[in-house]
Design a protein around this ligand. Structure first.
Ligand code: ARG
Length: 462
């Protein structure tokens, strides 16, 4: 009968219940948030005259002692204590006696866990932002080196139009910037203090919620206690934010896998971030992007898992919500290592610009340019120009020659309105540089876009 809540019970909890019910083996990760929350709560209770100065001193010293014990590994985490809140409070009371028993005045584990977990998630939103920025910086370095490097732009994984590699990477920079904005907006929206909500309805004690909010670094105090103790939107948001970010990372990873193949040969990942085969001595495998792609699945799993936990819960706190933590911890740790290793893989990979450019020599990448030429120079309506260009492509296929290399006489045969100046339009570099519309692929426009990301990453308003 050593439970804190054992008053109304006459028999001890079974050890099976302890095992099933406990969260202490994983929520102990929140020990710092929990102790800081208790320190703030105690300071507020003392200011309000609910604790004496002596009691506050005893609690403060006691909590600092518990913190030391946890950090040195001395602290004994016991499954029978159920969760970190009770484990810590129990140790505090063992250390300081009766004053420890007053700490829980005007508080419940329901607002306590909401404080701890919310603060962890808020902090992780910001740390992940920093990690995304560091990774983007390496993508930017590669992009800036390759604003003149031609690569086939694709749709349906088929050659479409020539673009440059810097522009291609700029697309990922755009995605990662949106990811950052999502983490930042979640941080702002969820930056409200649950402390003082107690079990669900608030408390009759004269608490100062503004004071604890400020001590804990929250922007403001939550509005409705019933909502606050059962709200896990902040956890869902970080799971969604990580899921979307991992989806972007996974798309880039898919391209890295393709690009590392013999068939593409666009990049070679460094030895440091590649692996070998246990049977085929010649193999150099892109395990890093493959795992990044694969790990995206478990993050989605955590998001769907928590959405499902939450969907049928009546107000307010229900024990189901204890299932919120492991998925979030796992997703956060997956995000952290994924961003770190992606950054290193990008930084150390070799870009095979020659192979990218030679890949542009097939697939009639400048076909749209011929159609545009017919519209612009010959006054032919686009639909007709499209058809004529189709004829030219068919001729190229027949002659086994790419449109960009076709001879003028062969084109003239298709439509007599075509003049010699068409040859310039068919060049691949010309095609890429002709796309000067805002956000387009021309080297100049690409440089402009990369400058935007550079300014953004430097922390100035882009
Ligand atoms: N370990 C619990 C959780 O993670 C803490 C809150 C428990 N509150 C309660 N009344 N059982 O959600």
């Amino acid at each position: 009968m050593d439970k804190m809540w054992s008053g109304r019970f006459s028999a001890s909890a079974s050890s099976l219940l302890d095992q099933f019910n406990a969260s202490i083996m994983y929520d102990r990760k929140l020990y710092k948030e929990d102790i800081e929350g208790s320190l703030a709560h105690a300071a507020m209770l003392a200011k309000q005259g609910i604790l004496t100065t002596e009691e506050l001193v005893a609690i403060t010293n006691g909590l600092n002692q518990v913190l030391k014990e946890i950090e040195s590994g001395e602290f004994e985490w016991k499954i029978s204590d159920e969760d970190l809140h009770m484990g810590i409070e129990k140790r505090l009371t063992a250390l300081i006696g009766d004053a420890g028993k007053k700490l829980h005045t005007a508080r419940s584990r329901n607002d306590q866990v909401a404080v701890d977990f919310r603060r962890y998630v808020l902090r992780k939103n910001l740390e992940i932002v920093d990690a995304i920025k560091a990774m983007m910086q390496e993508v930017l370095v590669v992009a800036q080196k390759h604003t003149e490097t031609l690569i086939p732009g694709m749709t349906h994984l088929q050659h479409a139009q020539p673009i440059n590699f810097g522009f291609h990477l700029g697309a990922y920079l755009s995605m990662f910037k949106r990811d950052i904005e999502r983490f930042e907006s979640s941080y702002q929206r969820n930056n409200v203090s649950p402390l003082g909500c107690a079990a669900l309805a608030g408390t009759p004690h004269d608490v100062d919620r503004e004071m604890t909010a400020e001590l804990l670094g929250f922007e403001s105090v939550s509005v409705n206690c019933l909502d606050t103790v059962s709200d896990r939107d902040f956890a869902l948001e970080i799971l969604f934010n990580i899921s979307t970010m991992m989806m972007h990372i996974s798309r880039l990873s898919e391209e890295l896998v393709l690009w590392s193949s013999y068939e593409f040969g666009f990049v070679e990942l460094s030895d440091e971030y590649s692996t070998g085969s246990s049977i085929m001595p010649q193999k150099k495998n892109p395990d890093v992007p493959e795992l990044l792609r694969g790990k995206t699945g478990r993050v989605y799993g955590s998001l769907i898992g928590l959405l499902t936990v939450m969907k049928g819960l009546p107000l307010a706190y229900n024990k189901d919500t204890q299932e919120d933590k492991e998925g979030v911890f796992d997703a956060v740790e997956t995000a952290e290592i994924s961003l770190e290793i992606l950054k290193e893989a990008i930084k150390t990979m070799e870009v095979k610009a020659d192979n990218m450019e030679s890949a542009c020599a097939v697939g009639h990448l400048s076909a749209t340019d011929l159609a545009d030429y017919l519209v612009e120079k010959c006054g032919i309506p686009f639909r007709e120009a499209h058809f004529i260009t189709g004829r030219a492509v068919a001729k190229g296929e027949e002659l086994h020659i790419d449109l960009s290399k076709m001879e003028f006489k062969d084109l003239k045969e298709i439509d007599t309105r075509i003049n010699e100046d068409v040859m310039e339009y068919l060049g691949l570099r010309h095609s890429m540089n002709a796309r000067t519309s805002q956000g387009g692929t021309s080297s100049e426009r690409t440089k402009e876009q990369l400058e935007y990301f550079k300014t953004y990453l430097q922390g100035e308003k882009a």
